[in-house]
Design a protein around this ligand. Structure first.
Ligand code: XMP
Length: 496
């Protein structure tokens, strides 16, 4: 029944994930046993095939620590200065718990003039000299301070200090921090790096919240340096070489060349430069959607390929530039070329449910990169606001005018000085809670999809694809309607 991918994708149509459907196969294993370990790039293994996109409303330190703790990875965006981007990488790598507050440091003698001095952090960390390298005395909680400072008036840090001098090494995991909190009867512990620098405070509340999530999966993504594996995006200009130097010093594990059309002389030269100067760091090229583009980047030395053009939820590239490809076709075509050279493929954009992830991975991708799917989470940058009664966070395309004004226009190789052409939009995404909570469910749904296909691992799914045992068909418009929820009126519990 059905068709092999080879036949379906060679008929001149550009298919998206929703256009195709897989036929079920034979099951002889439990869903729980499905192995999804994979490689992000040639030399970078992951236990979970999920990647957070380098976008400034998706991937900063909190997302990076959370994704790594789940066994995936985040790529820190480059829509900021090199120094800030490097500090985001460093912050994510400074702990072994998926908890990150980005605290402000002050000495006890300092004044808090207004709530802005907390800089969106739940507390100010108080050290002897106000420097992260001096002794931790305790903290001032933003909530406590607000309660007693109704008028938002100035006050001295020392007056609100909650003493909490207990510190533990940054490498402590949740279990060890939990045990320390109990043993010392403390309500918080400071995380200290080997060089004595205080990086954050973990509270009893933080630990209890995270402990309540579905069992934190597999092993987290830990690199040879013993720290979380964190990626970063860079561009292909001369100044990106300096940026890269700072990122490497911060301990970045992999770099992604962030461009909407990756097959350019700038990118080929940058790949060659990185492979020569930093042979130990994997470089991911892209974006590409054709075999020709893929081949070009592979020849230049790319260790991984990012696939997708115009398929993202906030993208307008296909409409503005008339260029791109349906994501299912793009992933299949590029993966056929990359497979011959053993180069892993990242299916980037267009993921809005677990079924899309199953499709991307079964069509040859080794990982999926997600923007909107992770936006709106606790770990995404930015504050929640209420809009028409809904709690939302901003999510914007890196090619939106708003983002490009901050520097991301180099991703589109446009004219930075005069006319900026938007290839993306700004939107908002509903509050989804923590990725630590919903990613485990997504992963389990993906495992169940693999079970239906008779694939007990990612490798076995790729083997089914290559041996033509993966069978699929195109869904008609009516079949797509049938495949979604239909024929119901809304369910109002009070009547039942
Ligand atoms: P999702 O669908 O996961 O897509 O939200 C995220 C991916 O979309 C790409 N991206 C853009 N593409 N204009 C575009 O054409 C944009 O402004 C833009 N911003 C992000 C990017 O590949 C990302 O990973």
């Amino acid at each position: 029944d059905g068709f092999a991918a080879e036949k379906l994708f060679n008929q001149g149509f550009s298919y998206t994930y929703d256009d195709v459907i897989f036929l079920p196969n034979y099951i002889d294993f439990a869903a729980d046993t499905v192995q999804l370990k994979t490689n992000l790039s040639r030399n970078l293994p992951l236990s979970v095939p999920f990647v957070a996109s380098p976008m400034d409303t998706v991937s900063e330190s909190a997302m990076a620590a959370a994704m790594a703790s789940l066994g995936g990875i985040a790529i820190i965006h480059s829509n900021t200065t090199a120094a800030v981007q490097a500090s985001l990488v460093r912050a994510a790598k400074s702990r072994r718990v998926p908890i990150l507050h980005d605290p402000v440091f002050l000495p006890p003698s300092a004044e808090i003039a207004s709530v802005d001095d907390f800089s969106d952090s739940p507390f100010i960390l108080v050290t002897e000299s106000g420097n992260p390298k001096s002794t931790l005395l305790g903290y001032v909680s933003r909530d406590d301070w607000l309660k007693t400072n109704q008028n938002d008036k100035g006050s001295r840090v020392g007056d609100y200090l909650v003493e909490s001098p207990v510190t533990v090494p940054w490498s402590y995991d949740l279990a060890k921090i939990d045990a320390t909190l109990n043993e010392k009867k403390a309500n918080s512990v400071g995380l200290v790096r080997d060089d004595g620098e205080l990086v954050d405070l973990v509270t009893r509340e933080d630990v209890d919240r995270v402990k309540g999530y579905p069992k934190l999966l597999a092993q987290g993504s830990v690199g040879p340096d013993g720290e979380w594996i964190v990626g970063a995006a860079i561009g292909t200009r001369e100044q990106d070489k300096e940026r890269l130097e700072q990122l490497v010093k911060a301990g970045v594990n992999v770099v992604v060349l962030d461009s909407s059309q990756g097959n350019s002389i700038y990118q080929l030269e940058m790949i060659k430069y990185i492979k020569k100067v930093y042979p130990e760091i994997d470089v991911i090229g892209g974006n590409v959607v054709t075999s020709y583009q893929a081949d070009s980047l592979i020849q230049a030395g790319a260790d991984g390929l990012r696939v997708g053009m115009g398929s993202g939820s906030i993208c307008t590239t296909q409409e503005v530039c008339a260029v791109g490809r349906g994501q299912a076709t793009a992933v299949y075509k590029v993966s056929c070329t990359a497979y011959k050279s053993g180069i892993p493929v990242i299916a980037d954009g267009g993921i809005s449910n677990s079924g899309h992830i199953v499709k991307a991975l079964s069509l040859g991708a080794s990982t999926v990169m997600m923007g909107s799917f992770l936006a709106g989470s606790t770990e995404a940058p930015g504050a929640y606001v209420y809009q028409n009664g809904q709690r939302v966070k901003k999510y914007r395309g890196m090619g939106s005018l708003e983002a490009m004004t901050q520097g991301s226009d180099q991703r589109y190789l446009g004219d930075t000085a005069k006319l900026k052409i938007a290839q993306g939009v700004v939107g908002a995404v509903k509050d989804k809670g923590s990725v630590l909570n919903f990613i485990p469910y997504t992963l389990q749904a993906v495992r169940q999809g693999f079970q239906d296909l008779g694939a007990n691992s990612l490798e076995s799914a790729h083997n089914l694809l290559r041996s033509r045992e993966l069978r699929l068909e195109v869904r008609t418009g009516a079949a797509q309607v049938e495949g979604g929820i239909h024929g119901l009126v809304s369910y109002e519990k009070k009547y039942f």
